[in-house]
Design a protein around this ligand. Structure first.
Ligand code: GLV
Length: 308
């Protein structure tokens, strides 16, 4: 079987080696060096330029190289009726949870204040924070959201979650649907966004929803930039609704001006909350290619209607 790897963000040599170790019989071309596009049956993709997938007329499977596959639905020429799979990778999930726990604890233990103290050569203790009084809300209760919820609950934070459809998770207060979103947000001292980006979640961190958060809330967005209405977030920071640090993964964002002005309201990192490692992800892709060949149901197949 012949496949194509399309990503300008990942190291093709690492992927070629990882796929060869788990599925040696797979011939993997690296786009754009594809001599026979009509021989390609599987595409391994991360943010392919729009229109590129349509060149492969015999595609039988599209494997997204991340947990999120929103980028595929931005392509108006995305081949119809070709199954799409995404990764649900314990290694990536663990990275995401580490990032969120680190951000939450940094905020909760007031490390930013102590850094300011250090700069001023001051060494006063602040009142010890009560973990039981810092409620963390997770927007999105899929595999990532559930892992984060469990790890924060283990640390002693009261945890609640919100999802589009109702969920029942032990030890987590679950909210669901638009009608429970305001109540959910009102109880979040920290809110973590790990939602998939779809037509229904785009812009969910907007003026109206941010205004539901209690004063001083911390927003941690480790999902997509498209979840945030930037102007609304900046307005909330300006009027001190949040009085908060806002962490996000994507560096190119106008919120940057707040870090530059020294207000420490915004902490940003590049897109590193969870990165796909070829050596762990390749096994899942190989498994799905074998399933395709044997006519078995695929794992982690994307529902094209819901776009995740
Ligand atoms: C990363 O952003 C992913 O979707 O895996």
């Amino acid at each position: 079987m012949r496949a194509v790897f399309i990503s300008t963000h990942d190291d093709p040599a690492a992927w070629k080696a990882a796929m060869a170790s788990v599925l040696p019989e797979l011939e993997l071309d690296i786009w754009p060096a594809v001599s026979e596009p009509e021989a390609i049956e599987v595409a391994l993709v991360w943010k392919p330029p729009p229109g590129v997938l349509a060149q492969f007329t015999q595609l039988r499977l599209i494997c997204g190289l991340g947990q999120g596959v929103d980028f595929l639905f931005d392509d108006p020429a995305l081949p119809k009726n070709v199954p799409i799979t995404r990764l649900v990778d314990p290694d990536l999930i663990a990275q995401m949870s580490e990032y969120v726990c680190a951000a939450t604890l940094w905020h909760h233990r007031r490390f930013e204040d102590y850094r300011a103290f250090q700069r001023a050569a001051e060494w006063w203790p602040l009142a010890p924070p009560k973990t039981s009084g810092c409620r963390v809300g997770i927007l999105g209760l899929g595999s990532i959201g559930q892992d984060i919820a469990q790890k924060l609950a283990y640390l002693g934070f009261p945890v609640q979650g919100w999802s589009r459809s109702p969920k029942n998770l032990s030890g987590i207060d679950c909210f669901a649907g638009d009608e429970q979103l305001a109540d959910f947000l009102a109880g979040c001292n920290v809110v973590v966004c790990v939602l998939p980006l779809t037509a229904t979640t785009r812009g969910i961190l907007n003026r109206q929803n941010l205004a539901c958060l209690p004063p001083g809330a911390l927003v941690i967005n480790v999902a997509r930039g498209g979840h945030v209405v930037e102007d609304d977030l900046l307005a909330a920071l300006d009027v001190d609704i949040l009085r908060a640090r806002y962490w996000m993964f994507s560096g190119r964002n106008r919120c940057h001006r707040h870090t530059l002005s020294g207000t420490i309201l915004v902490v940003m990192t590049p897109h590193i909350a969870g990165l796909t490692r070829p050596e762990t992800a390749a096994r899942q892709i190989a498994d799905n290619i074998r399933r395709l060949l044997q006519g078995q149901p695929l794992c982690n197949q994307v529902e094209q209607q819901r776009q995740y």
